[in-house]
Write a protein that binds this ligand. Structure first.
Ligand SMILES: Nc1ncnc2c1ncn2[C@@H]1O[C@H](COP(=O)(O)OP(=O)(O)OP(=O)(O)O)[C@@H](O)[C@H]1O
Ligand SMILES: [Mg+2]
Length: 428
């Protein structure tokens, strides 16, 4: 029996490793509700808008916070609400139409709507009592080749509360964005029963939708913030359930802290942690050391743009150069700043850098580093704002911050334990 146990365990470990990838998907948006964590208030806000005629939605936020995932579960959420409503009314309505497309820089207003409409078919009235076959939107409405705002409005009015989602709206040319503003204005003025949902990377809704002031009242503006620690924990809990494993409390906390509210990292480190545990044949418990090991692996798998800008930033021929240390201290300052746009003051870099170097420092020790990090030769990893006597800084790409933590552990700039202590400061 003893002879058989070992290969069995190895096989089960391999299975766990493979299965982990179905739960943790660092590179693909969530598509089903059971793997989707948190975001209750945002989903409520969106579904409220969907049932209100004349109200449309803009979902905006920084890269990787989960915009596409949220847009993907709008359909299932709305359908569940509709079904519940049907139950109350004692009747069943046909599934509400929810279609989605992704915008790109070559799009035109007409092309984009053609793509959305291609997902929809229509049943013409029966002829001589015989049911007719379903036909395309173009055929049903005799649409012209180039769709104008009025054509689109007419179709939308017939969809009976249809929901039309455009992801990566920031990629569409300005002219398209302007036409969407016009369209939403018209739909809202005429209280057409349909909902347009625009999704994109942006700090303000104004950056996403041209001339948005004129349609402000017609739009529910959903700014997607980074996920809260308990929402990220939920991702791990979902995985625990699906994989029949447990994350040690310390391990879970560490994953959540390093993730910085960005679910991509929770998935990436979560996946690698489970695999590290599996490799040492611990099939039911993920420990803190697995998380450190995961950080090391994650550094090797990170997106090329992230690794490239990081290595440009810290490159130096001098071994004594402090770029790597200062950058880690900046990442810690950013993580602890609590500013919603991610800005930190130079003074916030002092304490972390002191702990990393284990000697006293002042702002003048690293002021030149900060300036250089904003320059092209160091990959412009930071950008600054304010006056020369009071600059504040932030990372241009927020995904770099967790990467710097992982690199810090990997390169031995700070011990894992030290990093946990520094991270758990005011930031939680
Ligand atoms: N609510 C959530 N629950 C669990 N995982 C999530 C959630 N939201 C996002 N994720 C995960 O986070 C990662 C990034 O999500 P997503 O692609 O939706 O973000 P995004 O904001 O659309 O990114 P981008 O700006 O690059 O388009 C994916 O791995 C996704 O699976
Ligand atoms: Mg997206």
């Amino acid at each position: 029996m003893g002879d058989q146990e070992a290969p069995d365990l190895t096989r089960m470990a391999d299975q766990l490793s493979a299965q982990a990838a179905t739960v943790f998907q660092p590179r693909s948006p969530i598509t089903t509700k059971d793997l989707f964590a948190g975001r209750w208030s945002e989903l409520t806000e969106i579904s409220d808008a969907v049932v209100q005629p004349g109200l449309h939605v803009v979902i905006y936020g920084e890269r990787g916070v989960g915009k596409t995932s949220l847009a993907n579960v709008v359909g299932p959420t709305i359908h569940a609400i509709d079904e519940y409503g049907d139950g109350l009314r004692g009747q069943t309505l046909a599934d509400r139409l929810v279609v989605k497309t992704v915008a790109n820089s070559g799009d035109t207003f007409s092309g984009l709507w053609r793509r959305l409409f291609a997902e929809v078919t229509w049943v013409p009235p029966a002829i001589n009592g015989e049911d007719a076959e379903r036909v395309s939107t173009t055929e049903f409405f005799s649409l012209p080749r180039e769709l104008e705002i009025d054509n689109v409005r007419r179709v939308l009015g017939e969809t009976g509360g249809g929901v039309f989602i455009v992801d990566e709206f920031d990629q569409a040319p300005r002219s398209v964005s302007r036409q969407f503003t016009e369209l939403i204005k018209t739909l809202s003025d005429l209280a057409v029963d349909c909902t347009v949902i625009l999704v994109g990377v942006s700090e303000t809704v104004g950056n996403l939708v041209q001339d948005h002031a004129s349609i402000q009242r017609a739009m529910a503006q959903v700014r997607l913030e980074r996920m809260k620690p308990d929402e990220l924990e939920q991702i791990l809990k979902n995985a625990e359930k699906a994989l029949q494993i447990a994350f040690e409390q310390d391990a879970a906390k560490l994953i959540v802290r390093v993730s910085q509210g960005l679910p991509h990292y929770t998935h990436l480190i979560g996946l690698n942690s489970v695999r590290s545990a599996a490799q040492r044949l611990s099939l039911s418990l993920v420990e803190r050391d697995d998380v450190f090991e995961a950080c090391r692996r994650a550094v090797k798998q990170a997106e090329q743009t992230v690794t490239e800008s990081h290595s440009t930033a810290i490159h130096s021929s001098q071994r004594s150069a402090l770029y790597r240390h200062v950058l880690l201290a900046c990442a810690l300052a950013a993580a602890r700043s609590g500013d919603s746009l991610g800005y930190f003051n130079p003074s916030a870099v002092v304490v972390p850098l002191q702990r990393i170097l284990q000697k006293p420092v002042t702002i003048s020790t690293f002021n030149n580093h900060l300036r250089e990090f904003c320059e092209e030769k160091r990959g412009s990893v930071l950008e600054r704002d304010g006056q020369p006597w009071g600059f504040r800084y932030r990372f241009r790409n927020p995904l770099l911050v967790p990467y710097i933590f992982m690199d810090g552990v990997d390169a031995g700039v700070a011990s894992g334990q030290e990093l946990v202590t520094m991270l758990s400061g005011e930031w939680a």
